[in-house]
Design a protein around this ligand. Structure first.
Ligand code: F6R
Length: 244
């Protein structure tokens, strides 16, 4: 496990984007696992900058996103499909057929979940997975619980997640209650994981992760401790609960 502390959000994003660039320099047909939310937004901005400067090529890259709300169409501005196109894919030379984001429009979501893991497997697995973290320790939408799914699955969102994510919606009632998420097993099978966290809101989670020795499904991020190649990139505010 490697911990990198950067001064602020911009530097944290630059560091994460640099790692992604290095991965693509090393393997042009990399499979990336991607996250949505406020945390990776700046990372995607940095990747777009690299692309515009001719320093990165996405033409052979495949992507698999972590999660998506159930009940929002792909065109809904709060869907993760919309977010990814808007914040990254519409601005780079990725081949649209190489983009995979859980699709909740279909009738048989269970079957979609099974196929999603198969698609990841068939693409040779995820080389580099980016994850953010919820204030309750969730990874993707794997919410704290007494057991977690290994593979991609349907989940009920925690009250706390609905409340926090309501900042993007007109009202809390509009936040979907269910989502599709990659399971912790799928995530842990990635060759390399980068966990990014910034701001005071994440300081308790970072502190708990670094100070507690236990691994528990009640704190899903703790499972990342078992990964063989985990890099944590945080800003100083996310470390503000840590002692010296
Ligand atoms: C989203 C995802 C979530 C977020 C988490 C933090 O694809 O996987 O686990 O990473 O909810 O969200 P932000 O970055 O908005 O604080």
């Amino acid at each position: 496990m490697k911990l990198i502390i950067k001064k602020n959000y911009e530097e944290m994003c630059a560091e994460a984007a640099k790692t992604i660039k290095e991965q693509l320099d090393h393997k042009k047909d990399t499979t990336l696992g991607l996250a949505t939310g406020s945390t990776p937004e700046g990372v995607y901005k940095e990747l777009i900058k690299y692309y515009k400067n001719g320093e990165i090529d996405f033409s052979q890259v495949r992507t698999f996103n972590l999660d998506e709300y159930i009940g929002l169409s792909k065109e809904n501005i709060n869907s993760f499909n919309y977010f990814m196109n808007d914040k990254l894919f519409d601005h780079i030379n990725i081949d649209k057929k190489n983009i995979h984001i859980p699709n909740c429009d279909g009738k048989n979501i269970e079957e979609f979940c099974r196929n999603y893991d198969k698609m990841i497997e068939d693409s040779g697995g995820i080389d580099l997975q980016i994850v953010g973290v919820g204030q309750n320790g969730h990874i993707a939408f794997n919410e704290p619980a007494n057991q977690l799914s290994f593979g991609t699955t349907i989940v009920e969102l925690a009250e706390n997640t609905i409340e926090i994510n309501s900042r993007f919606f007109d009202s809390i009632e509009d936040v979907p209650k269910k989502a599709i998420t990659m399971g912790m097993g799928t995530i842990m099978q990635a060759e390399k994981i980068i966990w990014i966290a910034n701001g005071k809101g994440k300081s308790k989670v970072v502190e708990k992760f670094l100070s507690e020795k236990t691994i528990t499904t009640e704190f899903p991020v703790s499972i990342l401790k078992l990964h063989k190649d985990l890099t944590i990139i945080v800003d100083e505010q996310a470390c503000s609960s840590l002692g010296r």
